[in-house]
Design a protein around this ligand. Structure first.
Ligand SMILES: C[S@@+](CC[C@H](N)C(=O)[O-])C[C@H]1O[C@@H](n2cnc3c(N)ncnc32)[C@H](O)[C@@H]1O
Length: 779
């Protein structure tokens, strides 16, 4: 079925109540029967940090109630609410899934992201798949719910969700109600007036436990200290959200209690809610200026808020205070203060001068990117998320750019290799972290939203709910032509979805470190996606880019890759110029670009039908027949030399077809790589050498830096085999620079020890290339 047909089908036909129930029950059965091993592979964490929102009184206008039958696909129903009851068991994957029914008897699937009473999950279970029984404890059958601002979309059918490869056909999609904001999901009490006069078609027995833990506790009068103790218990079990709740209850009873406030500040810090942490310690310090822990946490909060200079003042002051204090009990705080101070000074220098210790950053990345062989999870809890500051050079600014909206423009001349921006991801999701989110369809552009993107939406929503002030930062990004504006501080999932669609960066692992850690890891299938704020203002060009991007963990570094004159727009490439026109167009369409007007796209659009046809024929023959033949012949006992002739012929003909635009002839890249290898296999190193040099030049013109180091190394190794060691070593130096310079910037003439630094990076990032170079006597 074509996408258009499928979408039309969703708009006109709804699945019957009975079919939905039958399918859902079948899915539950399917999950029950899956081996726990297989399920483990599917889940990451249940540690979402939100608590169930049970309310007796809610202010809702009955005439804003919407029935499931009136939900419109691809729409966030702002201001509306859905009244429904749970009619099936729940499954907790990334969201919590279940089936709900409205008072009219309509049934629909529902996915609640960021929603689960965290403290209901035993700490040790937070990283395993919850059973259907455990998951159903969150929303027992019969639970009455109000879902405010429901979002109705087309998403993977349930069976496609537990298929690690996702939906295989368009038929694997169904409608679903999605909510990302736990504040929008309200469990209502049975005797809530909203339920007056409502008769449910499905008269389910109420299974909500009448006496839950909380009401038992509620009967007892608790003191501020009881809440402190209970908060501490949650804190040590890493349940920081629950700890915050407990401390808050204590603070209500004793608003100036320094211990409760300081403890809550630490819990907020762990949740990355720095504003709230700062508020708490400010109160403590106003009453007790010598509260050491509060001062230390103030330093941490300011650091989290990127107010490094202020953090340094606070920490230096604290350090001084502690120097004159000889009490042994404060030794740990003394030590932590010194360590933190050093770290903040580093962040300050990064953010002010763009000075990054790249060796340390690569070390940190290599350590944090390690994956546990058994469960595909990170060895380090946070994965490759690095602790570094943002930097923005003063020489660029965002300005309106013709036909592209806004874009980064140079305010003055900028030399090649200049660091323009370093930025930490606002949020990032790696492939192994989105196993059981789902795919959905973007109706406007008729494109697929991957599971990683779906998970990214949920995480950004979570972050914005915790810190609404961040909404402004995210909502200033381009959200497409069709998006209407919601309130500035409200969490609008649809808008977040659009912002990700137009601004995401793929988290490429260009050195293949993640892949080499574990073969067939999910990371190899979908490396992940992230949202970076400042880099989102760079527009695209397939060729003639003047900015190069490098992603290390969750940090992105953007440098000029050629000198840029004042007033020029700074552009980078959203897709590889080595792809065909159609491949590039498809990829650009996903980024919201319909007609790229770069030199390459303009040329390819202007070429005659005849030329295009012939190019396609040559490339198709190469892909389907010549290429596979060459590859198998390269590894067979007898190499078929006649293939060299055919490869050369294809390259020559592609060259002829591009006529005077030889600098834009990128189509023969793979053929040339094969030709260089074929010559070596045929024992003709001399012939292979110029082709290898051509491949290197090609990679430079096409600006695909990820290939340039290896391309230079290939030239070096050919020279070495021809016993031309002087040239070989010169090319090895090129290979080293090609690897190191995109990371740390150009080596200057004064940097005489550049080789040592470059070798260190090469040994970390490209060990195979280094050992090959050693064997060939290049070091
Ligand atoms: C990541 S944003 C770039 C910043 C954006 N121009 C803005 O105003 O915020 C991507 C969007 O910019 C626009 N854009 C980027 N490169 C473009 C190009 N080469 N041609 C046309 N539009 C482009 C498209 O609307 C695309 O969806």
């Amino acid at each position: 079925m074509e996408m258009d047909e499928l979408l039309a089908c969703f708009l006109t036909e709804r699945k019957s109540r009975q079919l939905l129930i039958t399918e859902y029950e079948a899915w539950l059965n399917n999950i029950v029967q899956m081996s726990s091993k297989k399920l483990e592979h599917l889940i990451t964490t249940n540690n979402f940090g939100y608590r169930q929102n049970i309310q007796n009184t809610i202010n809702l206008e009955l005439n804003n109630r919407i029935s499931i039958a009136n939900l419109e696909v691809d729409k966030l129903h702002t201001g509306k609410f859905l009244l429904c009851q749970v009619i099936s068991k729940c499954v907790k994957l990334s969201p919590l899934f279940t089936l709900v029914e409205d008072p009219e008897g309509n049934v629909e699937r529902i996915a609640l992201y960021n929603w689960a009473e965290q403290s209901a999950i035993p700490v040790k279970s937070r990283k395993k798949v919850l059973t259907i029984f455990e998951a159903s404890e969150f929303l027992p059958i019969g639970t009455k719910l109000v879902i405010k601002n429901p979002y109705y979309q087309i998403a993977s059918s349930f069976n496609a969700i537990i298929n690690p490869n996702g939906p295989s056909t368009f038929i694997d999609f169904d409608a679903i109600i999605r909510s990302d904001n736990p504040n929008d999901v309200i469990v209502i009490n049975q005797n809530n007036e909203l339920l007056n006069n409502i008769k449910w078609s499905n008269n389910l027995k109420q299974k909500i436990k009448e006496a839950n833990k909380k009401s038992a506790v509620d009967d007892k009068i608790l003191s501020a200290d009881d809440f402190r103790q209970s908060g501490n218990k949650y804190f040590v079990s890493n349940d920081f959200a629950a700890a915050v709740d407990e401390y808050s209850s204590g603070i209500k009873l004793d608003p100036n209690n320094a211990t409760l406030l300081a403890n809550r500040a630490e819990a907020y810090l762990r949740l990355n809610q720095f504003d709230k942490a700062l508020n708490d310690v400010e109160i403590v310090l106003k009453n007790e200026p010598d509260h050491l822990k509060a001062a230390f946490r103030k330093g941490k909060a300011l650091c989290g808020l990127k107010r490094y200079q202020e953090a340094i003042v606070v920490l230096k002051d604290l350090d001084l205070k502690m120097q004159i204090n000889t009490d042994n009990s404060i030794t740990p705080v003394k030590q932590s203060t010194k360590t933190l101070l050093k770290h903040v000074e580093m962040l300050d220098s990064e953010s002010r001068y763009g000075k990054y210790d790249y060796i340390k950053i690569i070390d940190e990345f290599c350590e944090k990117v390690k994956i546990n062989q058994e469960n595909d999870d990170w060895v380090c809890e946070t994965g490759p998320r690095l602790d570094h500051a943002d930097f923005l050079i003063g020489d660029i600014e965002v300005r309106p750019v013709k036909k592209k909206g806004r874009g980064w423009v140079a305010k003055r001349d900028i030399p090649e290799g200049t660091l323009l921006i370093a930025s930490k991801a606002f949020e990032i999701v790696y492939g192994n972290e989105a196993p059981l989110s789902y795919r959905s369809i973007d109706f406007t552009s008729k494109t697929m939203i991957t599971a990683t993107h779906s998970e990214l939406v949920a995480r950004i929503a979570r972050k914005l709910i915790a810190e609404p002030d961040l909404c402004q930062e995210v909502y200033k990004l381009y959200a497409g032509p069709e998006i209407e504006n919601l309130g500035e501080n409200s969490v609008d999932v649809r808008k977040i979805e659009k912002i990700i669609k137009y601004n995401f960066f793929e988290t490429k692992d260009q050195w293949g470190i993640m892949n080499s850690t574990k073969e067939n890891s999910r990371l190899t299938k979908d490396s992940g996606a992230g949202l970076w704020i400042m880099p989102s203002f760079f527009n695209h060009s397939c060729v003639d880019t003047n900015v190069e991007q490098l992603i290390i963990g969750d940090m992105i570094f953007l440098r000029t890759c050629q000198p840029v004159l004042s007033g020029k727009e700074l552009v980078l490439s959203y897709c590889s110029p080595l792809g065909s026109y159609d491949e590039r167009s498809n990829s650009l369409r996903l980024h919201g670009i319909k007609n790229c007007s770069c030199r390459l796209c303009n040329l390819e659009r202007s070429e005659s039908k005849k030329v295009k046809l012939r190019q396609t024929e040559i490339l198709r023959t190469y892909e389907n027949s010549l290429g596979p033949q060459v590859k198998s012949s390269l590894f067979s006992a007898n190499f078929n030399s006649s293939l060299i002739k055919e490869l050369t012929k294809s390259i020559d003909e592609l060259k002829d077809l591009r006529k005077e635009h030889l600098d834009l002839e990128f189509q023969s890249f793979n053929i040339k790589v094969d030709l260089a290898a074929a010559y070596v296999r045929d024992g003709n190193l001399r012939r292979s050498l110029p082709v290898a040099i051509e491949v290197y030049k090609f990679v430079k013109t096409a600006q695909v830096p990820q290939f340039s180091s290896n391309a230079a190394y290939q030239v070096a190794s050919r020279y070495a085999r021809l016993d031309k060691m002087k040239e070989a070593k010169e090319w090895w130096d090129v290979a080293l620079k090609e690897l190191a310079e995109p990371i740390r910037g150009k080596f200057t003439k004064e940097e005489t020890k550049w080789r040592k630094e470059a070798m260190y990076l090469a040994e970390k990032l490209s060990p195979k290339m280094v050992s090959g170079a050693k064997n060939k006597g290049l070091l």
